[in-house]
Ligand binder design. Structure first.
Ligand code: HEM
Length: 517
């Protein structure tokens, strides 16, 4: 045997031994994970899920993890182990312990991926605490009721366009409302956060930008699972098609240009205003970018790069979320004729004209508000809120000290649908929200049990806007149309997939425009 082939054989055997040793180590790790010596041994859960991260990662990438977590809670109770180092809770007292503790628990880096700081600063969703506090202080006012009132004309414009377009499209047959809601909400958010007319409603198609963002978020869910096993994004880069990388860079630079142009206009307008060459009425309509740019007392304001990073976040997170909430609301209304009739009658009785339907007026409609809340109970858009990690020394959750380094989250999908918390949980009953002091079977009120927008300093900054949009769109739709499902959509809820955002099955409805006398 010559020396080359000798070394070849040697390398082969070393590789085999290293591979066998690695498999042995992994196997030993599995055994340790399920042994009574593991720090999380007292938390129950399915054997394979306790032994390895693989089942949770696989189902996260498939989009049905939330359903499995619910099934695990149903079988094993309120504090369960869903991976070797991860727990899920359903005791409502755990909400503030996880999401509103001081100091804050760190967010998992495997849900949203931290951004590439060489290109843009971190947006608020993954910014470290001190940076996050500053970003929330500066962006927060844009999302309060006063800010929303300023951008209402944009919302009204697109909701009216949605109704006009639907009136035409309804002549062609049933319509997929999951798609129409996505188009409408993307038009709104494109205008508010990037000053762009996406024209999704007009052209009846998604604009490439939100479409790219939705696709990217879906693949992020899968890529993040590789990262958990030590396979970094850089290592996976050769596997990502060149087209996707180009699209990503293209998107980033066009978003940067869009925000730059918008900010330049703001400066030009301000200069003209100061010089007396423009009055307030001539300024272009308000948007979130403009509101975010407002200077705070003390001269503090966001930088252009910070506005861009957060505008991209808002385009990614501000449309699909509300449109999923709208689809789920319409689905449950169609499936529950008693509620549909009651809500429709209330809306048509209250408003003589479509123009009377304003955000403020909708906020006074108790049954409308309760219907949206009930929809978020049965279909919590944030079905799996970013897990947090317990700090050094551990952290008390649901009466037990959870060891340090454990990922923890709430099983919200299960909680909303559980008999442990709600009477007749399968019934779509807005009435259960009408008096917030009404106790559910658990002895708590509905809004103590569920937190669809999370809580604490990192809760949803867009909560009021999302609720305003959902109420306005629902009210205008039911004012203009009689609506019923086309087909029974028996597994519409079960077939929905949650990655970081939702992918819904088509929601086909027949719309009959109402002639108003
Ligand atoms: C029904 C609709 C919505 C639901 C259920 C929802 C839910 C949530 C939840 C649970 C979080 C916390 C995520 C975490 O802990 O990582 C969040 C964060 C956030 N949401 Fe929403 N959201 C909705 C609509 C919106 C809208 C319309 C906007 C903006 C226009 C928005 C913007 C944001 C932003 C910027 C954050 C990050 C906040 C921070 O980290 O401080 N959301 N949302």
């Amino acid at each position: 045997m010559d020396s080359v082939s000798h070394y070849g054989v040697l390398i082969f055997w070393i590789s085999v031994r290293v591979a066998l040793a690695s498999i042995g180590l992994v196997f030993l790790k599995f055994i340790y994970n399920i042994s009574p010596f593991h720090p999380l041994a007292k938390y129950p859960g399915p054997l394979l899920w306790r032994a390895s991260r693989l089942p949770a990662s696989y189902h996260h990438a498939r989009g049905d993890l939330y359903q499995h977590i619910a099934a695990i809670h149903a079988q094993y109770g309120s504090s369960v182990r869903i991976a070797p180092d991860e727990l899920s809770f359903t005791a409502p007292e755990a909400w503030p312990q996880i999401y509103n503790s001081r100091p804050q628990l760190k967010k998992s880096i495997y849900h949203f991926t931290p951004g590439d700081r060489r290109k843009l600063p971190e947006s608020m969703i993954m910014a470290p605490d001190a940076e996050h506090t500053r970003l929330r202080r500066l962006t927060g006012p844009a999302f309060l009721n006063a800010g929303i009132a300023e951008v209402e004309p944009v919302l009204q414009h697109y909701v009216d366009l949605l109704c006009t377009q639907l009136a035409n499209a309804s002549k062609e047959g049933s319509q997929n409302m999951a798609e129409w809601f996505l188009w409408a909400l993307n038009d709104v958010i494109g205008q508010l956060a990037l000053d762009q007319e996406f024209q999704c409603l007009e052209k009846r198609r998604m604009h490439p930008w939100p479409s790219f963002l939705l696709g990217a978020l879906k693949s992020t869910a899968a890529l993040n699972q590789f990262r958990r096993f030590g396979i970094s994004r850089a290592m996976l880069k050769p596997l990502i098609p060149k087209k996707v990388i180009e699209e990503q860079e293209n998107f980033l630079s066009t978003a940067q240009t869009a925000v730059s142009e918008r900010l330049k206009r703001e400066q030009d307008d301000s200069a003209k205003l100061e010089a007396g060459n423009l009055d307030e009425g001539q300024k272009k309509q308000r948007d979130i970018v403009g509101l975010m740019m407002r200077e705070m007392k003390g001269g503090e304001r966001l930088t252009e790069a910070e506005v861009t990073a957060n505008s991209i976040l808002i385009v990614g997170g501000g449309a699909e979320t509300t449109s999923t909430c709208l689809s789920a609301t319409l689905y449950h209304l169609c499936k529950t004729p008693r509620v549909m009739e009651k809500l429709r009658d209330e809306i048509r009785r209250t408003f003589a004209m479509s123009e009377d339907i304003t955000i403020k007026a909708c906020n006074n409609m108790a049954y409308l508000k309760a219907s949206i809340d009930e929809s978020l109970r049965m279909f919590p858009v944030a079905s799996f809120i970013t897990p947090r990690m317990t700090p050094k020394g551990g952290h008390t959750i649901a009466g037990e000290v959870v060891p340090e380094g454990t990922y923890v989250s709430m099983g919200q999908w299960y909680m909303g649908r559980s008999e442990r918390f709600f009477d007749e949980p399968k019934e779509f009953k807005p009435e259960r929200w009408l008096d917030s002091s009404t106790e559910q079977v658990s002895g708590m009120s509905s809004d103590e049990i569920l937190r669809p927008f999370s809580l604490g300093p990192r809760n949803c900054v867009g909560k009021l806007l999302a609720l305003a949009e959902a109420r306005l769109v629902t009210a205008k739709l039911l004012w203009h149309f009689d609506i019923e499902l086309d087909g029974d959509h028996a597994t519409w809820v079960e077939d929905a997939r949650f990655y970081i955002l939702w992918q819904l099955q088509p929601l086909k409805v027949n719309l009959t425009p109402i002639r108003k006398s």
